[in-house]
Design a binder for this molecule. Structure first.
Ligand code: ADP
Ligand code: MG
Length: 593
């Protein structure tokens, strides 16, 4: 596999070459691939002043990089984890302890560290949680591998052992799993809470876990489709606690040049039993069919053109008023004159409705979307219970509720600034993902390090049945899992050397004992309601294994170091800084080795 430094997607095939030498990338080539490279390809790399790190040095460099990333995130794990303040070059400040958020904004220069960040990001996108846990596991698996290599084990043996250990751990995790249904309100809220704790204070945590659980249940009742019945929207202005769940579809009026005030300001803010029309095309005044170019030479001709135009406008307005339309949602733009004409008749015209909102309207109301105004007839009109005008910060919104098709639920999230609002949305998305994950994907497992400790104990026992050198790798995997409870203890301000042995002891007969993060003491995690979706824990294990495997198999790093003429006067430092800035939106963080 060849991976190019500046490419952000994972490789699509093992043989794909991402870069030409001209782009001067950092390239990582497993030895077996390097050996099979065609001469001309090798030539391309080598002639371009490649700095080469091979064998043990390459592995060591990558292990160090993996450790650096893990160390950077370690203090943020769990509810007692501390925050990082990320200060952008443009002065924006974000305070967060969300692993995915931090990694996203760090300028990571090292290729192996970047692979970890990419894997973490993929996990965040697909599963929504467990990023820090995965990164810590990777760091630990790499450290343990380093130790084993120093003891004379071959990397291949270590990887075999790790692979076997993961399979066994996954199998065992099934034993500890607790099934959950949408009726288990308390457990579902516990899952949401576990995902949010530590991000906000207890009040906000309570509020948001109730909000998200209710949203997922409403969404679940509603649809066959997974995510589309819930939408989140974050707006700056207002406080986080003003966030709310709204049964209905939120339509953002920012994209429309129509301001709500334009329409009859005296009318109440809510329209009941509103008739709506959905048009999935531009609404403009058509030019006369047969003419493709018009020359106007007399005032009369201009008058007649105006007349033609106002005639067309009138016709459009007439069509809509005849059908008794109260609100017209158009996915594209609406001609100015038509909008004004409609406004005069008291028809609310919303142009450039966002695609997701428009689709939600199609799905959740009885109205049918038409491709052209001429197709609009009685059957295409839908009636909704109410349409309410609201504002969130500087944004005007319409809340379409009382839906007749699939239900829809929206989370209207608020935050003091754009960044806070966006961060709130990110955490809520993750919260929604875990609740959904728990409901649809195999239930929950006890959190607070309980599951990791149980699996570690099981693996240590299992290792003794394997024998040989692989046994050492399985034992190493088992002790890597302890990194999670150890870090939780540490972050709670306690001494792992004192608490960890007691945790192991209790696990002999009670596999649900974990760390209570507020005290750093042992506690029954089921009783404490610290639960995580099985799917998250499984994903942490498989992503950690995959990433560690990729990194450990590399034993050759080829790094282009030459400069071209335009860069000749720029120092390496300046160049790397420039790259860094570009990649991170101005955040001056850097991790390397
Ligand atoms: P990640 O990015 O891995 O999700 P978090 O910072 O969210 O990292 O921490 C998750 C860890 O914290 C999990 O092991 C989870 O079980 C644990 N955890 C969450 N809430 C609590 C709690 N109240 N007490 C103890 N551990 C908790
Ligand atoms: Mg988490």
């Amino acid at each position: 596999m060849i991976m190019e430094d500046s490419v952000h997607h994972p490789p699509q095939s093992e043989t794909e070459v991402y870069a030409t030498a001209r782009t001067r990338p950092t390239v990582i080539v497993p030895l077996e691939v390097g050996k099979n490279m065609s001469r001309s390809l090798r030539h391309q790399w080598i002639t371009h002043d490649v700095k080469r790190t091979t064998g043990e040095n390459a592995r060591q460099a990558n292990i160090d990089a993996g450790n650096a990333v893990a160390t950077a995130l370690r203090s943020t794990l769990g509810p007692s984890g501390r925050d990082k303040m990320l200060v952008g070059a443009n002065g924006t400040v974000i305070v967060t302890n969300d692993g995915a958020s931090i990694l996203d904004r760090m300028a990571i220069d090292d290729p192996a560290a970047r692979m970890i960040a990419r894997a973490a990001n993929a996990q965040h996108e697909t599963i929504g949680d467990g990023v820090t846990t995965t990164v810590l596991l990777i760091g630990e698996l790499l450290s343990q591998a380093e130790r084993l290599v120093n003891d004379g084990l071959h990397p291949t043996t270590i990887l075999k052992g790790y692979d076997r250990a993961t399979s066994y751990a996954l199998q065992r995790s099934d034993e500890y799993r607790i099934d959950i249904t949408s009726k288990d309100d308390e457990r579902l809220r516990a899952v949401a809470k576990t995902a949010v704790t530590g991000r906000w204070g207890p009040k906000a945590t309570d509020r948001f876990s109730t909000l998200t659980t209710a949203a997922v249940r409403a969404g679940d009742r509603a649809t066959r489709t997974e995510t589309s019945a819930i939408t989140t929207k974050a707006f700056p202005g207002g406080e986080r606690r003003d966030s709310e769940r709204i049964d209905g579809i939120l339509v953002d009026m920012d994209t429309s040049s129509t301001t709500i005030e334009l329409f009859d300001t005296d009318s109440p803010s809510t329209l009941t039993d509103a008739r709506i029309a959905l048009v999935d095309a531009e609404i403009d005044i058509e030019q006369p069919d047969t003419v493709d170019r018009m020359t106007i030479s007399t005032p009369e001709q201009l008058d007649s053109l105006h007349e033609y135009e106002s005639d067309s406008t009138r016709k459009i307005v007439q069509t809509l008023t005849d059908l008794g339309v109260d609100v017209l949602f158009c996915q594209k733009s609406i001609d100015d004159a038509v909008r004004t004409g409609l406004a005069r008749e008291g028809v609310l015209a919303v142009e450039r409705t966002r695609r997701d909102e428009f689709d939600a309207l199609v799905r959740a109301t009885a109205a049918t979307a038409v491709q052209s105004l001429t197709d609009l007839d009685r059957t295409a009109i839908g009636i909704v219970g109410s349409i309410e005008r609201r504002s969130a910060g500087s944004t005007d919104l319409l809340v379409v509720a009382g839906l007749s098709g699939d239900e829809h639920t929206s989370l209207l999230l608020r935050g003091g600034t754009k960044h806070v609002a966006a961060e709130t949305e990110r955490i809520i998305e993750s919260c929604l993902a875990v609740v959904r994950g728990a409901l649809r994907n195999g239930g929950v497992l006890p959190g607070g390090g309980a599951t990791e400790t149980a699996l570690s104990t099981d693996l240590s026992k299992h290792a003794t049945t394997i024998g040989g050198r692989e046994q050492l790798a399985i034992e190493a995997f088992a002790s890597s899992l302890e990194r999670i409870p150890r870090t939780l203890i540490d972050n709670a301000g306690r001494d792992p050397r004192e608490v960890l042995p007691r945790l192991r002891q209790r696990h002999i007969d009670t596999p649900v004992i974990g760390i209570d993060s507020s005290t750093g003491e042992l506690r029954d995690m089921l009783e404490a309601g610290i639960l995580e979706p099985t799917v998250v824990k499984r994903h942490c294990l498989t992503t950690a294994l995959e990433t560690t495997t990729t990194i450990l198999r590399i034993d050759d790093i080829l790094r282009h170091t030459d400069t071209d003429s335009s860069d000749a006067t720029t120092s390496d430092d300046q160049r790397s800084q420039r790259r860094t800035r570009q990649r991170t939106g101005g955040y001056p963080w850097a991790i390397g080795h």
